[in-house]
Design a protein around this ligand. Structure first.
Ligand SMILES: Nc1ncnc2c1ncn2[C@@H]1O[C@H](COP(=O)(O)OP(=O)(O)OP(=O)(O)O)[C@@H](O)[C@H]1O
Ligand SMILES: Cc1ncc(CO)c(N)n1
Ligand SMILES: [Mg+2]
Length: 574
């Protein structure tokens, strides 16, 4: 196997590039590896070379695993990014950021370390380069054994290391190369010697599918050209494109006086100005590494380049937004939490079924009202769904436990057949007993964190909140949404403080979770609620406006059409 790979030496990297995301072909892999594919039981390995000391070399061992998996009825590859970068001891940037970012986007990330930095939120206190020969050794270990889809580079401290990488890529071609030409940390410390400029310009860029300089790096690559406007960024992207990479992304995170975070993408023909909202935070350390790693992960998953860049930018913006108030370290530049989604929403592993749009018309039952109109709870729930309710909560304050479970089981049947989630108010035990879709808890009920640990990651948890602090706590506790109110005075709930539309808006703007408005909402005022037009507000919850009316179906339809009118009006006027 080693001899076979050695014979690839003369192949030009570009010429051997494969289209993005071809499915990994076992038969051709096994044929290349010298394995008979017709019958797994008649395996013939390429004779181990003398250099492997008579042991089965890594690729042959991998082939054994492939064949064993094939015999067991199938195997699974993962999108694989190899990051070739420096270690950041503070873990906000460098190798650590790359591994977390790729993991967050569902890609496997192997790592070749080029340098070890002593670094924190204050700055870089020291840099220790890894010897070139040992970088080469790490590259060979990974690339000769694993099917790497995309290589992403970060800190390459010397021109010697750049040359080593180029040679490895010629020997072991990959589907795409993402080059983040890291030169200076945001704290102003040098991470690469000036001679690396020529290494990038003359050797690595021609192999790159995309290079992602920030403003300072773009300027240094172009001999100190001043970059102050988006139009300067476009010129810089074109000049860097002339150095050989297929695509260029000039990052504008540091564009002076900008209220946006604008990047410029150039594919050799068209410019795309990528607008993003600037998040007001100190925690921007490692945004560049994260962006490039996300691009690499998306490419490894099979996205086309522009889509990979856009998804990466969205990820960075969301991570910055979720991490804006995290306090790690005492310096001016903190790290972001790449795993924000995992920490609260575990959506990469075992996706939860919650869709925030389900909060649009949220029906909350009331046994007193059903009694008054002579209806059983099942009929009331059925009618609300027929009229268009998108989620149902059973709020049975007086029911004995056994009756509550029985009613919940019956309602669940209707909800499931209509794909409408059913939540239980307060009673985690009842939710568990009937396997409801989740619970809604108030501030004096079981804490959401405890409910989450009992119900597990898949169930929906909502929390009633009146303040920004309570909304923050609900998010930290792993809730899925918050209910905010009472928006208007209500008789359904005694001693309930009214927060008004202003209070609702404050909570919505502070909340990281989707919000449903509740309290005194009816056909007469639902429009005014949706028209406050804040992105987190996803719908209204109603009790009397549905269940204290003669015809639930008619009322639900009326509410739904009001909500649709007012939310499309609100969207248009944003
Ligand atoms: N405050 C912010 N809000 C939103 N997006 C931002 C912010 N700061 C940077 N970005 C975005 O993050 C990405 C990385 O850009 P930036 O210019 O910060 O890279 P960098 O200087 O290489 O980062 P690093 O500090 O990791 O070296 C870009 O898409 C940029 O627009
Ligand atoms: C190790 C390392 N790589 C990259 C950067 C750029 O943010 C950094 N600060 N540290
Ligand atoms: Mg950078």
């Amino acid at each position: 196997m080693l001899e076979l790979l050695d014979s690839c030496d003369s192949r030009r990297f570009r010429a051997t590039k494969m289209p993005i995301n071809p499915s990994f072909d076992t038969s051709s892999f096994m044929a290349v590896a010298g394995v008979a594919t017709a019958s797994p039981s008649s395996l013939i390995y390429t004779r181990p070379s003398s250099r492997s000391g008579g042991r089965i070399p890594g690729n042959a061992r991998r082939t054994t695993a492939v064949v064993m998996a094939a015999e067991n009825g199938g195997w699974r590859t993962m999108p694989h990014v190899l990051t070739v970068a420096g270690s950041d001891s503070g873990a906000g940037a460098g190798i650590q950021a790359d591994i977390k970012a790729c993991g967050a986007l569902g890609a496997y990330c192997s790592s070749v370390i080029t340098a070890v930095t002593a670094q924190n939120t204050v700055g870089v206190q020291g840099v220790h380069s890894v010897p070139e020969a040992f970088v080469a050794k790490q590259l060979r270990s990974v690339l000769s054994d694993m099917a790497v889809d995309v290589v992403k580079t970060g800190m390459l401290p010397s021109v010697g290391i750049i040359k080593v990488l180029c040679r490895s890529l010629q020997e072991f071609p990959v589907k795409a190369l993402v080059v983040d030409p890291v030169m200076v940390s945001t704290s102003g410390d040098m991470l690469a010697g000036p001679s690396t400029l020529s290494g990038y310009r003359d050797e690595l860029f021609v192999m790159a599918d995309i290079v992602t300089p920030n403003l300072k790096e773009a300027s240094a690559l172009l001999g100190g050209m001043s970059l102050r406007t988006v139009s300067d960024m476009c010129s810089a992207a074109k000049s860097i494109h002339n150095l050989g990479p297929r695509n260029v992304l000039v990052k504008g995170g540091h564009l002076p006086g900008s209220s946006e975070a604008t990047d410029v993408f150039f594919d050799g023909e068209n410019y795309h100005v990528l607008h993003g909202s600037r998040v007001n935070t100190r925690n921007t350390h490692g945004t560049g590494c994260t962006l490039a790693s996300c691009i690499a992960a998306e490419l490894a998953k099979g996205s086309p380049m522009l889509q990979a860049v856009q998804r990466a930018k969205t990820f960075v913006e969301s991570a910055l937004d979720y991490s804006k108030d995290i306090l790690i370290g005492n310096g001016p530049q903190g790290p972001l939490d790449h795993l924000f989604d995992l920490n609260t929403h575990a959506h990469t592993a075992g996706a939860r079924s919650f869709d925030a749009n389900d909060l649009f018309l949220y029906a909350v039952t009331d046994s007193g009202m059903n009694r008054k109109w002579g209806r059983c709870i099942v009929d009331a729930v059925k009618a609300s769904i027929e009229g268009g309710a998108t989620i149902v909560q059973l709020r049975e304050k007086e029911a004995v436990t056994r009756d509550f479970i029985e009613a919940a089981n019956a309602c669940l049947e209707i909800c499931r057949s209509n794909r409408v989630p059913l939540l239980i108010n307060d009673r985690v035990d009842v939710a568990l007993a009937c396997d409801a879709d989740g619970v809604h808890v108030g501030q004096s009920d079981m804490p959401a964190r405890v409910a989450r640990s009992i119900l597990g990651p898949q169930k929906i948890i909502g929390v009633s909140c009146k303040t920004a602090a309570q909304a923050e706590q609900a998010w930290a506790d792993g809730a899925d949404y918050i209910g905010c109110g009472g928006v208007f005075p209500t008789t359904t709930k005694a001693n309930n403080l009214t927060v008004g539309l202003d209070g609702l808006k404050v909570v919505c703007l502070a909340s990281k979770l989707p919000v449903v408005a509740i309290g005194g909402i009816s056909a007469a005022n639902a429009g005014s609620v949706m028209e406050i037009s804040v992105p987190r507000l996803k719908g209204v919850a109603v009790v009397s406006a549905l269940f204290n009316r003669e015809c639930i179906v008619t009322e639900a339809r009326r509410l739904k059409s009001i909500l649709m009118d007012s939310s499309s009006h609100a969207k248009l006027s944003v």
